[in-house]
Unconditional design. Structure first.
Length: 202
């Protein structure tokens, strides 16, 4: 059986390249259309369980599917994106300017250090992988769809592909994309079936 990892639809913060983190941003009009298109594609897959981050952008994407499938959504805050603290609401350019000391200080480990009010990348990955491992063990015989965030899906792929956090940017996860992971036949290994798939859009 398989685990479908869905990145939420687009938000206005995605459009303006602002960091969202734990800010509770809703889907934009484009994002709502993406969610509906995604739902229409997923409706033919007989999911046993539906999970979603409690942040609006992911939960609203899940709701578009739930409206036509009539399936219950299990809301879980452990599916939230990385918490970015003081960086939330800023563009990457603004962060690089306002926090130049963070990037230019050679004594700071950017993987292990967290900005005030946020998570470190190491801590974020640990949270994501611990929860995903819990779900994959619990649902070995189930078809599961998980509506979450790009960062979460990236962390899972890094783990499965054995790619270090320092090279995380090589993995792209687009809005409303589908990544599918499944156990092999003897349940000894998780395999990537699809990654960042948008082919359903035609």
């Amino acid at each position: 059986m398989a685990f479908y990892l869905i990145r939420h639809g687009e938000t206005v913060y995605n459009q303006s390249k602002k960091m969202q983190g734990w800010l509770d941003i809703e889907l934009s009009e484009i994002g709502q259309l993406q969610a509906e298109s995604l739902a229409n594609h997923l409706i033919d897959i007989p999911f046993d369980f539906v999970y979603a981050s409690d942040l609006k952008r992911a939960y609203q994407t899940a709701e578009a599917y739930s409206r036509i499938s009539h399936q219950h959504i299990i809301k879980d805050e452990r599916l939230r994106e990385i918490r970015l603290g003081e960086w939330e609401g800023k563009t990457w350019k603004e962060v690089k300017t306002d926090y130049d000391y963070f990037f230019n200080n050679q004594t700071i480990n950017h993987i292990e250090e967290a900005i005030h009010g946020g998570e470190s990348l190491v801590g974020f990955k640990s949270r994501v992988i611990a929860h995903f491992n819990e779900l994959t063990q619990k649902h070995k015989d189930d078809e599961v769809v998980i509506f979450t965030h790009g960062g979460n899906i990236r962390m899972i792929l890094l783990e499965l592909l054995n790619i270090p956090l320092t090279e995380r940017e090589i993995i792209m996860i687009e809005n409303a994309s589908i990544t599918v992971i499944a156990w092999n036949k003897d349940f000894s290994k998780l395999e990537i079936i699809k990654q960042n798939d948008l082919s359903y859009k035609g």
